[in-house]
Design a protein around this ligand. Structure first.
Ligand code: URA
Length: 262
């Protein structure tokens, strides 16, 4: 705290409040390319906290472009490149350092879909590599599923402050998720948490109601379908360890379904 200058002290206090509330990045109203257009010295930047929802200026255009790029990808490597080159998702310009697509075996029988990358994933470029990911791996391993999964998320850039991705951001990234599903043709899909379940299954039902119940994910184009099991997100399990027993039951249910189909 700066005792000599009340304005600086007030600014420090406001920044500390935002930081504690989970805001870890500040942006101007419109993106500024600082490499080529240095802001004039007299221009005062109006900084705005981005805990709020940002909607893509052209949602329909972004979805169409994502669809076009996704359809052109002939395999999962090409899909990864297509995502990395896609500029239509607003999350890309909110402080993410890189796109985060997937990890695991591209030929695996199970596609696992989480919510979106966090700080560790953003730094390492792979999904579920932080604390939640370690727990996920432990559970998958114990259920005999660790080498039978391919893991991705509903969005491919870290939402600022680790907030939940908005439905619009998920909608923009959905063609890539659907293309991963179509290219893999998994035997089953595991959805981690409410945000993934709602986005993939296009429902408003609560995760506590959906978890442990098999649903169907059918793509409108191409007719591809697979059984889908929503479960609790590992980050939630870290906060509510008592709920692990439910997620564990879901893992065993998934393993049994796979074994029955082998
Ligand atoms: N949580 C998610 O939903 N996805 C990740 O990749 C990491 C944490």
């Amino acid at each position: 705290m700066n005792a000599l200058n009340p304005e600086i002290a007030a600014t420090e206090s406001l920044l500390a409040f935002w930081r504690d509330a989970g805001v870890d990045a500040c942006f101007e109203d419109a993106p500024v390319d600082r490499t080529f257009t240095p802001a004039p010295p007299e221009q005062k930047a109006t900084l705005k906290a981005v805990a709020s929802v940002t909607v893509a200026p052209d949602l329909g255009g972004a979805v169409s472009e994502a669809r076009r790029l996704a359809a052109e990808a002939g395999d999962l490597d090409a899909l990864k490149d297509a995502i990395a080159g896609f500029t239509g998702c607003p999350l890309r310009d909110m402080g993410a350092s890189q796109s985060v697509f997937a990890r695991g075996d591209p030929g695996a029988p199970v596609l696992v879909i989480g919510e979106g990358p966090g700080a560790d994933e953003d730094a390492q470029g792979a999904p579920f590599v932080g604390r939640a990911g370690k727990l996920l791996d432990k559970m998958l391993d114990a259920a005999g599923l660790l080498d039978r999964v391919f893991i991705t998320n509903t969005v491919f850039w870290r939402p600022p402050g680790n907030r939940t991705p908005t439905p619009q951001e998920q909608m923009i990234c959905a063609p890539f998720v659907e293309r991963a599903f179509a290219l893999m043709q998994p035997k089953a899909v595991l959805l981690l948490g409410a945000a993934a379940a709602k986005s993939v299954l296009k429902t408003d039902e609560g995760i506590m109601k959906m978890r442990g119940q098999w649903r169907e994910w059918r793509l409108s184009e191409g007719g591809l379908a697979a059984p889908v099991l929503p479960t609790l997100h590992p980050a939630f399990l870290l906060r509510q360890p008592m709920a692990k027993r439910m997620a564990w039951a879901d893992m065993l249910e998934l393993a049994a379904k796979l074994d029955a189909s082998d």
